[in-house]
Write a new protein. Sequence first.
Length: 94
Amino acid sequence: MIHANSCREARNLFAEYENQIGLLFSDIQLDDGDGITLAKELYQKNNSLQILFCSGNSISSYQMNECPWSKTHFIQKPFSLVSMTKKVSELLQV
């Protein structure tokens, strides 16, 4: 697992570890950008990237349409550690 505190840091870490990253787990709303834009940028560099968004707000169908990849998934906050771990495990086994 690689943790980033910002979109900028995530982009830099992705550039460094691109071939080792199989899943992006990101909130929809971030301090220095948004998860959807970040996911689009990273997915263009690695189209095998699984994407798991989370948010305390419900995600609209419009927002999900902004992510036209079959590898995009969503988990609603608050979520338990068990449900998050299960979802991540499912996505990494695909």
